[in-house]
Design a protein around this ligand. Structure first.
Ligand code: FRU
Length: 526
């Protein structure tokens, strides 16, 4: 093991001893390997990552009987993408997670690709009983035999059900429930929800360059309803992982419908990204006057995100996969690969007739943050201020400012620098990870600096919130009106933050708070 890895592990162990939690996440000995997981270099400490092996998209996000389920695309045989299963974790609070055994295995119909899960409260499917409503997973089968034989109908939709709140699963005997009669090469990622007004289940899936809607009374037989999007939004790559749901505008009376569509490639900063459309849904058709592409997140590493069904508070909660197909298989971790974004609450905002979708981490995440530096900070025009903190790599940083010309540079003893710049004119936020640490594992990773246009940022003080977790940084401006998520692989912890005022006026950072993030994982330090 190299010196740098040793430093990393030592730092993590020190942290672990301070912050182990009793009885929350599994004990180290319950994890699938003899080694203590969650102490490896780059291992996120407050984001979900699997104990070992490859993970991609979140799947089957649903709340049922006191737990939030997180299923995910999983390959138990390696740390690169392979035959897809559904991995599984559960949480009572969306902060602490418990690992569960693999939920769905490939079968004669194919690999188990992305999809969703619903609670069939009325037992409309007949797969449970009135007393025991089934949890029904709806997913894509990807049949490699048919693919290799040159057919184009190798993706179909299947279902499985669970009568013990997701612990064990039974595949429906008559799968697939939606065959691929048109022979779309890309025909996948069904998101299903109950539509009260029309009294039926609605499914949205993607078919190459557009989304399709289906309706069903029983989750088993589906009728095609309509399609959306061939001529709208971004089309630089194939559409994937759709979602469709209503949201109140500005949390008030008016309701609009939001369609989320991931796209790969074709994202604004390269590779994979997630766009959204605001419109209306009448039980059959989703329509939107929106021609332009609007992005949930401007960073390179928030993909395939979808939202929870049945959240008890009625909030719309989104989780994305923190990676990018440009380099996902190459990132420098060894035991596992990839993490999820923090769960984020979606809000629909309206400004002069333009609707935008904000996303912001749930506020009760506050329980894992311990404030270490707290002050109002004024930096003279053209000046700078540096803050030392041994744990920037696992921290939350918040402040409010009306300044628009300033930079943040995180550095470590190994000479790495992660740079961010707020550029008032022409109004953009730029993240440059070219010198942030390990970048040479894939030519696409360092790339150009990532740019987020701040087209409608209001004047005056706005909030900035940064969440750093070893190998990721999530940045939220104005309560998530603008979001940027990016992976980083520094050669050691960032220990210094240089704040530079590039403006002609003094820069005031109000309520600056730097907090240490505790680990959510319960492990025994060696
Ligand atoms: C998105 C995606 C989905 C597919 C899954 C396969 O990242 O390509 O469209 O179902 O990954 O793992």
């Amino acid at each position: 093991m190299g010196r740098i890895n040793t430093i990393f592990i030592c730092l993590i162990l020190v942290l672990g001893m301070n912050s182990c939690k009793e009885g929350r996440t599994p004990k180290a000995e319950e994890l699938p390997q003899e080694v203590n997981r969650y102490v490896e270099p780059y291992r996120p400490q407050f984001h979900y990552s699997p104990p070992e092996k490859w993970m991609n998209d979140p799947n089957g996000l649903v709340y049922h009987e006191g737990v939030y389920h997180l299923f995910y695309q999983y390959y138990p045989g390696g740390i690169v993408w392979g035959p897809m299963h559904w991995g599984h974790a559960v949480s009572k609070d969306l902060v602490y997670w418990e690992h569960r055994p693999v939920a769905l295995y490939p079968d004669e119909n194919g690999y188990i690709f992305s999809g969703s899960a619903v609670v069939d409260h009325q037992n409309s499917s007949g797969l449970g009983t009135a007393d025991k409503p089934p949890l029904v997973a709806v997913f894509t089968y990807h049949n490699t035999d048919l693919e290799k034989a040159g057919q184009t109908d190798f993706q179909t939709q299947g279902i499985a059900y669970s009568l013990d709140n997701g612990q064990s699963w039974i595949k429906y005997h008559d799968n697939p429930v939606i065959p691929n009669t048109e022979g779309y090469k890309d025909f996948r990622d069904p998101k299903v929800f109950w539509h009260e007004e029309s009294g039926k289940w609605i499914m949205v899936l993607v078919a190459g360059d557009h989304a399709q809607l289906y309706g069903s009374a029983d989750l088993k037989s589906w009728e095609y309803l309509s399609s959306f999007g061939k001529e709208q939004g971004a089309h630089g790559g194939v559409w994937e992982c759709p979602d469709l749901f209503p949201l109140k505008v500005d949390d008030q009376g008016q309701e609009k419908w939001v369609m989320i569509i991931s796209i790969n490639p074709g994202a604004p900063n390269g590779g994979s990204g997630t766009q959204y459309f605001i419109g209306d849904f009448d039980g059959t058709t989703f329509s939107s006057g929106q021609e332009d592409a609007r992005w949930i997140d401007w960073g390179t590493d928030n993909y395939a995100g979808v939202t929870y069904n049945d959240v008890p508070t009625g909030e719309r909660i989104f989780i994305g996969w923190m990676s990018n197909w440009d380099y996902a298989n190459e990132t420098p971790t060894e035991a596992w690969r990839s993490a999820m974004t923090l769960p984020r609450k979606l809000r629909l905002k309206q400004n002069a007739g333009v609707y935008t979708l904000a996303n912001y981490p749930l506020t009760d995440l506050g329980t894992i943050f311990k404030s270490e530096i707290r002050k109002d900070l004024t930096i003279p025009a053209g000046g700078s201020e540096s803050l030392d903190f041994d744990h920037f790599s696992q921290s939350q940083i918040r402040f409010r400012t009306s300044g628009r010309d300033f930079g943040l540079a995180f550095t470590n003893e190994q000479g790495d620098t992660l740079r961010m710049r707020m550029e008032g004119k022409p109004g953009r936020f730029v993240l440059d990870r070219r010198a942030s640490g390990k970048t040479d594992f894939d030519p696409d990773f360092a790339g150009d600096p990532q740019v987020m246009p701040l087209t409608a940022l209001q004047d005056g003080a706005v909030g900035f919130r940064l969440l750093m977790d070893w190998s990721s940084v999530e940045i939220f401006i104005d309560e998530g009106s603008y979001a940027m998520t990016s992976q980083v692989f520094p050669n050691g912890h960032y220990t210094q933050l240089l704040l530079e005022n590039a403006g002609a006026e003094p820069l005031l950072l109000e309520d600056l708070d730097v907090s240490r993030a505790e680990t959510i994982w319960d492990y025994t330090p060696e």
